[in-house]
Design a protein around this ligand. Structure first.
Ligand SMILES: [Fe+2]
Length: 351
């Protein structure tokens, strides 16, 4: 079973930041004092580190974290959940998407968070563990995250819940508000409003398992984010306020890519690492001599999940080890739509 690669490479992160801030190639090249040809080469995947650091300073990204990403030197390590959490990874076009099952080991009450594109392994797991699925909670309703919703409802009879700001077109679906709770025996799941990638994107904060857990859909990926060309700043703001304020040992379960921890993302995520440059130093406009903010080392815990990429499958959370990032081409981030806010309508792909 191959490990899940990081969802985005450094060129993807540059493209998402550039798109989010609405900066054209010509503007970016001028600001960073590099040639258009050099920018093209970087965006095509050439890891020209000094130039990448310079670009980072003009995209409010962490130069250090972006360099680490370009050098493929960081892969997250997430701790073991002996029980109460299973991760599934199913194919979607040329990529994969994650969904999760959370349960209370005593009462056997369970909740599914997103469905992925194929629920067959999830349904088999639910039967094998004799779980009773009370609810299916949707982080957001982009197609890859809800493709197996009908099959899952048919198999479990569970209620479907989506954020009240997130458009959902499913018979009988119910909505929750920000900060609402769901309970599974001793497990509490709080709905955190982390919208921006989509109008009502929700992070489900799970308390009561071995580690605090945030299942965040496309709000946050390891070393990247889901992105949003229309509400990028809001996404960053909401993610920073509601995910990065959680306990630092919180495990992050993203909609794409590997499990990670908040501590790892604080150090290695170019969008959130503390040495992001917000104001250009007039004495050092290119950032060539800027020093990075000293960082505490990320807490190394246990090994991450090891799912089957490219085939529907459950992650064995007890068997995983880190691996180098797999390089992938740049991709676009697309949001959904929102009632009063001009989200662009798009459901075919979520990240
Ligand atoms: Fe999405």
């Amino acid at each position: 079973m191959p490990l899940i690669p990081l969802e985005d490479n450094f060129a993807d992160v540059i493209a998402k930041a550039q798109r989010g801030y609405g900066i054209t190639d010509a503007e970016l090249a001028t600001r960073a004092e590099i040639t258009p040809a050099e920018l093209d080469a970087i965006k095509a995947g050439e890891a020209r580190l000094p130039l990448i650091r310079r670009l980072a300073r003009h995209l409010k990204l962490s130069p250090d974290a972006l360099e680490v990403l370009a050098k493929k030197e960081a892969y997250p390590k997430a701790p073991i959940f002996p029980r109460g959490l299973a991760m599934f990874n199913t194919p979607f076009r040329t990529q994969t998407v994650n969904n999760y099952l959370v349960w209370d080991p005593k009462s056997r009450e369970a909740a599914v968070i997103d469905t992925g594109t194929d629920a067959s392994d999830l349904i088999d797991f639910i039967a094998a563990e004799k779980l009773r699925v009370k609810c299916i909670l949707l982080t957001h309703t982009h197609e890859d995250h809800i493709a197996a919703l009908s099959a899952l409802v048919k198999a479990t009879g569970a209620e479907v819940w989506s954020g009240e700001r997130e458009p959902v077109d499913f018979p009988g679906a119910r909505t929750f508000a920000a900060n609402d709770y769901f309970h599974l025996g001793v497990i509490a799941i709080k709905a955190l409003a982390t919208w921006g990638h989509s109008p009502g994107l929700t992070t489900f904060y799970v308390q009561g398992l071995s580690w605090p857990l945030a299942l965040c859909g496309d709000a946050l990926f390891s070393s990247s984010i889901g992105g949003s060309p229309t509400h990028f700043r809001e996404q960053l703001k909401n993610t920073r306020a509601r995910i990065f304020s959680l306990p630092k040992d919180t495990v992050i379960g993203p909609g794409h890519g590997p499990l990670t921890t908040l501590a790892h993302e604080r150090k290695y995520n170019p969008f959130f690492a503390p040495d992001r440059i917000f104001k250009i130093d007039p004495a050092d406009p290119t950032g060539a001599t800027a020093d990075a903010t000293p960082q505490k080392p990320a807490r190394a815990v246990a090994l991450p999940a090891k799912p089957r990429a490219g085939k529907a499958g459950r992650t064995d959370l007890n068997q995983a080890k880190p691996s180098p990032q797999t390089k992938k081409p740049s991709k676009s981030a697309r949001p959904g739509r929102e009632g009063q806010v001009a989200f662009k309508s798009r459901r075919s792909r979520s990240k």
